[in-house]
Design a protein around this ligand. Structure first.
Ligand code: DAH
Length: 336
């Protein structure tokens, strides 16, 4: 008989159920509107009158038992699911945290800021000019007329016959002096451009220019300032040497060397066995440069200097290819 078969199967089937979705299916299968047990009640119509109450009670009893067992099973499965979820979400609070990845400034910017700090501490201010510059401020005002051979020293990127991208930060000198009366005490860091490209030259690189103008500025002031600067940058134990040189915008002019910071001056590969490393160009500002901005060379004098940042960074960190600075290779940059 149907009832007996159901009563036999239902418990075994219930035991097999492993999750809540299957349990709900099971409930519908037996106790739903069209479920097997529910259907039994409907089939009573065909029965003899006196059998109906007995059969009805048996079906109701089974239905109640099944329902109770479903509730029990449901509670069990819910608990099982809860434990599973808890285990999945377990946190090990003793694990070390994930480190935030911190960036840092580009090595060129680092050297630049070091230099800026030294001069800011000496009372200088930072001046800015233009990267797109005219012939006048890049050359003419600096005592470099059109036919001057020193124009060949700098392979200029011309935009048109009068406009260029500046070949040096010396162009900031006249820009500052045109707007300001002495005393002047500035440095001008920035990008410069030259048509040049090999392991030690890049078409774009960085310079810092310095300019001091006041009454009675002498070569002694230049020597003192640059000696302090270079010893602060490269170490107190460095020696500083001033070598006569030529620049159109200074007179007299000199190049300034420090004793090699790799070998201490004995001679090595870095200093090409001379014991000295050339760092910057400098000199007393040429009277023509002063006159061009309306200063009177009989009243004021000054000194100027200029240096390349990449060169200093390369020497300091032992980098032999300037292009590494501009390739944005993280393996390179992370080292600084
Ligand atoms: N402008 C020069 C260059 O680009 C560097 C320089 C030399 C700047 C001597 C100066 C200076 O102010 O006095 O090579």
């Amino acid at each position: 008989m149907e009832l007996k078969k159901i009563a036999r199967d239902v418990w075994a089937e219930l035991e097999e159920i492993g999750d809540l979705a299957a349990l709900e299916k099971f409930r519908v299968k037996y106790l739903g509107k069209k479920g097997a047990i529910t259907s039994l009640l409907r089939s009573m119509g065909n029965m003899a009158k006196e059998e109906r109450p007995i059969f009805g009670k048996a079906v109701n009893d089974l239905s109640k038992q099944v329902e109770e067992r479903i509730l029990l099973r449901e509670a069990e499965l819910k608990e099982k699911a809860r434990l599973f979820q808890l285990k999945k979400e377990t946190l090990d609070v003793t694990l070390p945290g994930r480190k935030a990845i911190l960036g840092h400034r580009h090595p060129i910017k680092q050297v630049m800021e070091e230099i800026e700090t030294i001069f800011l501490n000496m009372g200088y201010t930072i001046a800015e000019g233009f990267e797109v510059e005219d012939d006048y401020h890049n050359f003419e005002a600096l005592n470099i007329p059109k036919d001057h051979p020193s124009r060949d020293m700098q392979d200029t990127f011309w935009i048109d016959t009068d406009v260029l991208i500046r070949t040096h930060t010396s162009s900031v000198q006249s820009r500052v002096m045109e707007k300001q009366n002495p005393p002047v005490r500035i440095i001008a860091p920035g990008r410069v451009y030259r048509c040049d490209d090999d392991v030690t030259h890049s078409p774009m690189f960085h310079q810092v220019e310095g300019l001091v103008i006041d009454q009675g500025i002498t070569f002694g002031d230049l020597k003192w300032t640059l000696t302090i600067f270079l010893k602060t940058l490269f170490g107190e134990e460095r020696e500083v040497r001033f070598r006569p040189s030529y620049f159109p915008f200074t007179e007299p002019s000199c190049e300034v060397d420090v004793s090699c910071f790799a070998c201490g001056g004995v001679g090595c590969r870095l200093c090409k066995h001379t014991g000295w490393i050339e760092i910057l160009g400098s000199g007393l500002v040429h009277p023509n440069v002063l006159r061009n901005v309306g200063y009177n060379p009989m009243e004021v004098s000054g000194f100027a200097f200029g240096l390349g940042i990449e060169r200093i960074a390369m020497l300091r960190y032992g980098i032999d290819d300037i292009r590494l600075f501009f390739e944005s290779d993280m393996r390179f940059l992370r080292q600084f």
